[in-house]
Every structure is written in structure tokens, then in C-alpha cells.
Ligand binder design. Structure first.
Ligand SMILES: [Zn+2]
Length: 345
């Protein structure tokens, strides 16, 4: 057992407290990871709000799932990874043995034991324990800050663009919420697939980022935006906002055969679709859920090769996460945030 200073959440919906934490030794099948950095995005806030699970017995909890670090110790029976290996955390506590897991669809696992950072302590501490299957090898020499965007933001984008949409050359894609943590990487991954990409955002600063990343900026302040560059409609729309307005706008701006991807959802929030619209335009609504472990590796290759730039708007050191949480809640963060435990910021 080791005692470290890190963050503990004591009540759902509150900010985590900075305090001494006891980290046990890794058990059978587990690895102990020295956290280099942990990404900070809306999902961490949702986790801390109890949106994924608000069972009292999970508290106190160390949040944070976008972990990059090095294996410091391994428990009984662990063959891979080994001590010293650099790894990134796979978010879902999938079984890695069922038919979904064995077919590379680990996010569909039907024996999932919850989420790393919700049902197990995560990376808002300098040491963390995870099942060996969740510690995915990370090759290359990316900085810790850059690497934090890989296991969720870029991997999720790879799953959407390659697996769920099968984007190809010339596809017209619109991304709503294009300067956020996932959006800033989604527009780049879609472009890497050969698509022409428009990014919908609200402020000049965010539209500037969309433009710098190579996408067509579209002001969506009141969601009366038109896709003029695409003659009014897109082949695929990725809605990262998930409001009734954004979903309705999306359905109205699909071309014939178009596909709307939903991946940002809120409990109890629904929207209406006229089935005739789907029939007349042969349009589809597609759900997308996280990513597979192989897509994490694919995502790391995209970032390592420079085809996708890691967009981290703010990095903070230990004890300073409150500022990033505030910026996220205010909608002011560009791309992702990162909590850096070791190495350069
Ligand atoms: Zn499984």
C-alpha cells in the first residue's frame, strides 16, 4: 500500500477534495500505473455528477478516466503489460471474454462491470490500479498532455468516423460542437478519412479553432445555421451537443441517404422524428458508443503521425483542477483539459 495526495469525490455533484489517498497493491489480473496525466472533459464532470451511476457505496471515489502513464507493478497472473510499459486506460470495464469483446466490440460488452473512474478509482491521483485488459499499450514519444486526448476524444472519433459512418473521400460531414474536447478531434479524424468537414460552433474563438484545424466554420449561435458550402445538406451529421434543437436541426439538414450520429445523450431528453422524413430521404439515425481497444491504438497512430493534432486548451498541475472544471461548465474550454502529474505541461 502507498499513500499519495490526490482527489477524492465524497458526494455526487460536488467538487472532489484534495487529500491523502491510500492506494493498495495490485491484485490478481491488475496493474498499478504511475499516472503521467489525466484528461479532463465533460464526461468526467458527468461522472462526478452521478450521471453514469450515483450509488452511495461507490464513494469516496477518485475520478478521471483519460489516463496515460507507466506500469509500476503488476498483480498475480499478469502477462501483459509489463512493468515500465507506457499505457493508456480503456474507459469501459468490459469483460474482454464475451462474444462482443472477442469480436473487437468491447463497448458493447454484456458483462461490463461499469466504468474505470466511476466503478474503480481513476487518474485524479498519481497512482491508479486498473485491470490489465484496460491498460492498452501506447507506443511513440508523445508528451503526456498530448497523449491524454487519445483514449477517449480521438478514439471515440475514430469509432464514429470509421466504424459507424465508414466515411470516405468526398463525404460531406457536419459536426455540432466542433471545438469541444471530442469535436476538435472529430473534425480532424473525419478529414483524415477524406471527408469535407464543417464545424458548427458559437463564439469567434471557437470558430477560429475550427478554421485553424482545417474545417469550414459555421456559426450556430441560434441554430438557424445553414450549410451553404454543402448546398444545404450533409451526408453525415455528428451531434455532440444533444439538445432537442440540435437533433431537430440535424434531421432537417441531412441529404438523401444521410446519417445522423448521436453520442451525447441526457437522461429523459427525447426528440421527435417524422418517420416519413426518414423514408422519403432514406436517412438514418445511428448511435455510437465509445470505442474498441484497437481503435485506441488506431487513434494513437493518428496523433503520433501528426495527422490529428492534440487540442488541449488548458493544462493544470496537481491541486488545480477546479479552474478547468469551471471553464468546462462555462463552455469556455477549447478542446480538452489535462491534469499533469509528471513531466512537462
Ligand atoms: Zn465482454
Amino acid at each position: 500500500m502507498t499513500v499519495v495526495d490526490g482527489y477524492r469525490l465524497h458526494a455526487w455533484g460536488e467538487e472532489p477534495r484534495w487529500e491523502a489517498i491510500e492506494v493498495r497493491d495490485p491484485g490478481p489480473g491488475e496493474v498499478l500505473v504511475e499516472v503521467e496525466a489525466c484528461g479532463i472533459g465533460l464526461t468526467v464532470l458527468n461522472c462526478m455528477n452521478g450521471d453514469l451511476d450515483d450509488s452511495p457505496e461507490l464513494l469516496p471515489l477518485t475520478p478521471g478516466h483519460e489516463v496515460v502513464g507507466r506500469v509500476a507493478d503488476t498483480g498475480e497472473g499478469v502477462v501483459s503489460p509489463q512493468v515500465g510499459d507506457r499505457v493508456m486506460a480503456y474507459f469501459y470495464l468490459s469483460c474482454f471474454r464475451c462474444r462482443w469483446c472477442l469480436s473487437g466490440n468491447e463497448s458493447r460488452c454484456d458483462r461490463r462491470a461499469g466504468w474505470y473512474g466511476v466503478h474503480r478509482d481513476g487518474g485524479y491521483a498519481p497512482l491508479t490500479i486498473m485491470p490489465a485488459g484496460n491498460a492498452v499499450p501506447l507506443e511513440g514519444d508523445l508528451s503526456a498532455t498530448e497523449a491524454t486526448v487519445i483514449p477517449d476524444a480521438v478514439a471515440t472519433s475514430v469509432h464514429v468516423c470509421k466504424r459507424r459512418l465508414r466515411l470516405g473521400t468526398g463525404d460531406l460531414v457536419a459536426v455540432i460542437g466542433a471545438a469541444g474536447g471530442v469535436g476538435a478531434h472529430m473534425i480532424q479524424v473525419a478529414a483524415a478519412c477524406g471527408a469535407r468537414v464543417a464545424g458548427l460552433e458559437r463564439t469567434d474563438e471557437k470558430l477560429g479553432l475550427v478554421s485553424r484545424l482545417g474545417a469550414i466554420p459555421v456559426d450556430s449561435s441560434d441554430l438557424s445555421a445553414e450549410l451553404d458550402e454543402f448546398d444545404g445538406g450533409a451526408d453525415a451529421i455528428v451531434d455532440l451537443v444533444g439538445t432537442r434543437q440540435s437533433l431537430t436541426w440535424s434531421i432537417e439538414h441531412l441529404r438523401a441517404g444521410g446519417r445522423l450520429v448521436v453520442l451525447t445523450t441526457f437522461r429523459g431528453r427525447t426528440f421527435e422524428v417524422d418517420p416519413r422524413t426518414l423514408v422519403f430521404h432514406e436517412s438514418s439515425i445511428v448511435g455510437s458508443r465509445y470505442a474498441s481497444r484497437s481503435e485506441l491504438i488506431e487513434a494513437s497512430a493518428l496523433v503520433s503521425s501528426g495527422r490529428v493534432e492534440a487540442v488541449v486548451g488548458e493544462t493544470v498541475g496537481p491541486g488545480e483542477v477546479g479552474a478547468v472544471h469551471g471553464a468546462l461548465r462555462a463552455g469556455e474550454l477549447l478542446g480538452r483539459g489535462a491534469l499533469v502529474w509528471r513531466g512537462e505541461r
